[in-house]
Structures are given as structure tokens and as C-alpha cells.
Ligand binder design. Sequence first.
Ligand code: PCG
Ligand code: ZN
Length: 354
Amino acid sequence: LKTPTFDNWQWEDAEIMVLLQVMYTDLDFISTFNIELDVMQQFLYEVYRRYNNIPFHNFKHCFCVTQMMYGLIWLTDLRSKMDSIDLLIMLTSAVCHDLDHTGYNNAYQINARTELALRYNDISPLENHHCAVAFEILEKTESNIFRNLSTEQFKRIREGIIKCILATDMTRHTEILNKFKALLPVFDFSNKDNRDVLMMIMIKVSDISNEARPMDVAEPWLDCLLQEFFNQSDMEKLEGLPVTPFMDRDKVTKPSSQTGFIRFVLFPLFIELANLFPCLELNSNDEEIHCVKNLKAKDTTGKTTVFRHLSVLRFWPILLPCLLSSNIQNTHLSVYFITRQTFASVDFSYHEYI
Ligand SMILES: Nc1nc2c(ncn2[C@@H]2O[C@@H]3COP(=O)(O)O[C@H]3[C@H]2O)c(=O)[nH]1
Ligand SMILES: [Zn+2]
């Protein structure tokens, strides 16, 4: 349950609810926050009920995101760096982060002027809604896992969960990533603002981490995502609304959807998390990639690139053996990123290898 190899497809929803409870128990939340087991179960059942039966943003997605968060907490030994309340905020935000998602994204909500867009004035309508539903569940005593906490603690948790869930709006991706990058050189775990940004980064990483999983786990998720995308673009065409290009069944294929996403969204985000946690870098015992671990190259402008491989992304881009065996004097090097569906080649023109 602690590794990215965990296969969600082998578990029924009822079993998944038990697995979620195991995570709360294993992180000592049940004992630390005095959560009664029937309240824990009622909370998880309410969460389960309020995820919709849609292709992607469903209860199984909620589980995968939570499981990745749980795995990252262990992998980065976060328990030694942050207090239990922060960890409780992170895990619970993951559980609740897509509650009552309708399968149509914010662009649709806004363009179609849905009830949610009207209610939230076009500002992250979905994320605001996910968060509001979470606190509806927590309003009921029988499903309020925080009911034995002090008013002050509840206040801090509420503020944290709101921050984390609102951070999953991808229109804020660059803003949050840049904030984190700026903090990195002086990152301070004792500073609340620093920890808040890290928590936002960790939920974002978990939210888009399907491609960090083994192929037979990740690929069905892509099918689910595209099915939801295509449902939306079909609806947009039907209603005469602007069609989001990356959702258009006439324009998108599985490889085209993944290569750009991994290169421009997923990898740059994951790399920054690894900059804070070097343990996310490749395990040095891993011989296959050991040789490329410290490879650096200088391009014609003199800029140095260090090739990276993250253990948390071990199932995804593997720098092909071409790197290991290629003529190191070669002035032109192609690095192949193997994705699930295709080879995407990225050309680097390096004139010097260090
Ligand atoms: N193309 C692509 N997009 C993804 C993948 N995983 C997550 N996303 C996108 O990232 C977004 C994260 O927030 P949302 O859940 O709103 O919607 C998600 C998708 O649009 C993936 O594997 N491929
Ligand atoms: Zn999500």
C-alpha cells in the first residue's frame, strides 16, 4: 500500500474503503486524534457516496490520489519533518479533493454557465464545490472525524484542507510551482508558509501521478480520462460551446495526449519535489540506470543539463540504453523517453559532455 506499484484495479470499492481506513490507522491518526472507528467508517462511506459514477473523477481516482499521498509521506519520511495535523490535512484533502465531480471541467462549467459557475463566480467552481461538499460531510457529527479536536485544531485543519483542494485547480499550476521553486533554496520546514506550499505541491503531484505507476495500472486510467474528456467535448459540440482541444476526439490520441502532458506538466513538477527530497531520486542500487545518474551535458549556449531519473517515476521515462552505450564524443544526442504508447524523441544538441 506504500508503493506506487499498488494496483487499484484489483480491489472493490468496499475493500478500498478499508484500505483508506488502514492509512488513517497506520499514520496513527485514529489514536492521535481520537477518531471513533464508526465515525471513520461513516465518513469514508459518505465520501464514497458523494463521488459520482463517472469514467475518471470517481471514487477509485480519490483512492489513487490518497494512496500516492500516503506513499509519498512514507517515502519522504515526512513524519519526522511535519506534525500530525499537517499530515492529516494532506491525507484528508486527497480523500476529498474531487468530491461530487460531474465529469465536466471548469472551462465547461464557466462556458455553459452552470449552477456551480454562477455560485462561485467562475473562480475554481469545481474545486470550491469539492471542498464545500467535504465540509458538508464533516458538519454531520456522525461522520465528523475531527469531532474530538479542539476548535483551534479544527480551524487549522479547515484552513489547510481548503488550501490544498483549491490548489488542485490546474489553472494555478504555474503560480504554485513557481512559488515552490522560489522557496526551494531556503526551504524551511519550521516555516508555516513554506509547509503550506509543499502541501499544495504534494497534492498536485499525487493528483496527476497515474503515469508514475506500472503500465497495467496507468493505461486503463488514461482510457478513463479520455472517455471523460470525449464526453465533455461531445457535449460542447452539441451545445455550441468552445471545444477544449485536448479533449477533442478528432484531435487527440493516447500518445499525443501523454507526451506533452508528461514533458511539460508532470515531469517539471515531479523534478522540483525531488529537489527538496533527494530520496526521490533514483535508488543508487538500481544498476540499470545508475550509469546515467550523474550524467551532465552542456549545450551550445554553455548551459548545463543534469539528466535526472526519479525513483518515484521509475515506471516512466527511462533514458534509453542509447545513453549508456552511445559514443560519448557524439555531438548530437537523442534521448528517447519511452512512454506507454509510443516513443517520443527529444533532440538535444550537445557539444560537450562533462
Ligand atoms: N493528458 C493527461 N492529463 C492528465 C493526466 N492526469 C491528469 N491529467 C490532467 O490533470 C488534471 C488535474 O486536475 P483535474 O482532475 O481537473 O483534471 C486532470 C487532467 O486534465 C494524464 O495522465 N494525462
Ligand atoms: Zn483529482
